[in-house]
Design a protein. Structure first.
Length: 249
C-alpha cells in the first residue's frame, strides 16, 4: 500500500484547487492511489463552511491593494491564512482503505483529522518542537506554560487543519507554519480563536534544527507515511501521476 507524494512548489490558490480537483476525481474513479499534495500559496485568505466574515479583520480594499485573494471554500473550519513559508498539504485519501485503528467499513472523518494532527506533531518533534492537540480546537499547538509572576502562557497554533469529504474521499487538509511571516495573521482571527495566537517552526525550533520548507516537507511526508502505515512514492509532476496506468500500485 502506498501514497503518492507530489510537491507542487508555490502555486496560486486557484491553480492549487484545480489540481486538487483533478486528483480527487481520479481517486474517486479508482484511477490512482491515495495522494498527498504538498505546496505553498501566495498570500490568500480562505473561509471554510463554518466561517464568519467578521473574523476577517482587514477590509476588502486593504486586501486588494496587497494582492491578497479571499476565497469561500467547502472545507470544514473557520477562516485561515495561507502564504509563503507555510507548508500546505492536500491529502486525497479514500477513507474506505485499510488504515491503523479503522473501525467499520471506513475511517471516520474525525479519526482522519486526528491522524493528520499526529503526523504533524511528529514532524514538529523532528525539529525539537513539542506540540500537542487541544480538545475542541482542531490543529497542532505548542505547549503553554507558566509566566512570571504566576500567569499562564497560552498555547500557540503551529498548524491549521480543515478537510472536506465527498464519496468517501478527502480533500483540503493542513497548513503548517514553517517560516511564515506571522504579521499577516493580523488580517484575520485565525480559525475564529481569539485567546490563542499563532507561531512557526522557525520561531519555536531548536537553534540547531534550522527548519526550512524543504526539510519540513520531508519531515511531514515521512511522518505522514508512518502514521497512515503507507509507503510514500514520489511523483515529479501532475501529469505523471494522472497518466493512464501510472497511478495505481
Amino acid at each position: 500500500m502506498l501514497i503518492h507524494l507530489l510537491n507542487l512548489g508555490r502555486v496560486p490558490y486557484v491553480e492549487g484547487l484545480e489540481i486538487q480537483a483533478r486528483v480527487v476525481a481520479a481517486r474517486k474513479q479508482g484511477l490512482i492511489d491515495d495522494t498527498l499534495l504538498l505546496l505553498e500559496h501566495p498570500p490568500v485568505i480562505t473561509l471554510g463552511r463554518n466561517s464568519s466574515r467578521a473574523n476577517v479583520l482587514a477590509s476588502d480594499e486593504f486586501l486588494a491593494q496587497r494582492g491578497v485573494e479571499l476565497h469561500e471554500i467547502n472545507r470544514g473550519g473557520d477562516v485561515t491564512y495561507h502564504g509563503p513559508g507555510q507548508l500546505v498539504g492536500y491529502p486525497i485519501v479514500d477513507l474506505r482503505g485499510n488504515f491503523p485503528g479503522k473501525r467499520g467499513p471506513h475511517l471516520g472523518p474525525v479519526d482522519f483529522v486526528r491522524m493528520l494532527e499526529e503526523a504533524l506533531i511528529r514532524a514538529c518533534a523532528d525539529f525539537g518542537v513539542m506540540a500537542k492537540r487541544i480538545p475542541k480546537c482542531t490543529g497542532v499547538w505548542t505547549f503553554g506554560g507558566a509566566a512570571d509572576p504566576g500567569g499562564k502562557i497560552p498555547e500557540k497554533k503551529l498548524a491549521a487543519i480543515g478537510v472536506h469529504v465527498s464519496q468517501g474521499v478527502t480533500s483540503h487538509g493542513f497548513a503548517l507554519n514553517v517560516t511564515t511571516d506571522l504579521r499577516d495573521f493580523e488580517w484575520i482571527i485565525p480559525c475564529g480563536i481569539r485567546d490563542r495566537g499563532v507561531t512557526s517552526l522557525e520561531l519555536e525550533a531548536d537553534a540547531a534544527a534550522e527548519p526550512t520548507m524543504e526539510r519540513a516537507m520531508h519531515a511531514t511526508a515521512r511522518n505522514f507515511g508512518r502514521v497512515f502505515a503507507r509507503q510514500m512514492l514520489w511523483c515529479d509532476w501532475v501529469e505523471q501521476l494522472l497518466a493512464p496506468g501510472n497511478g495505481r500500485s
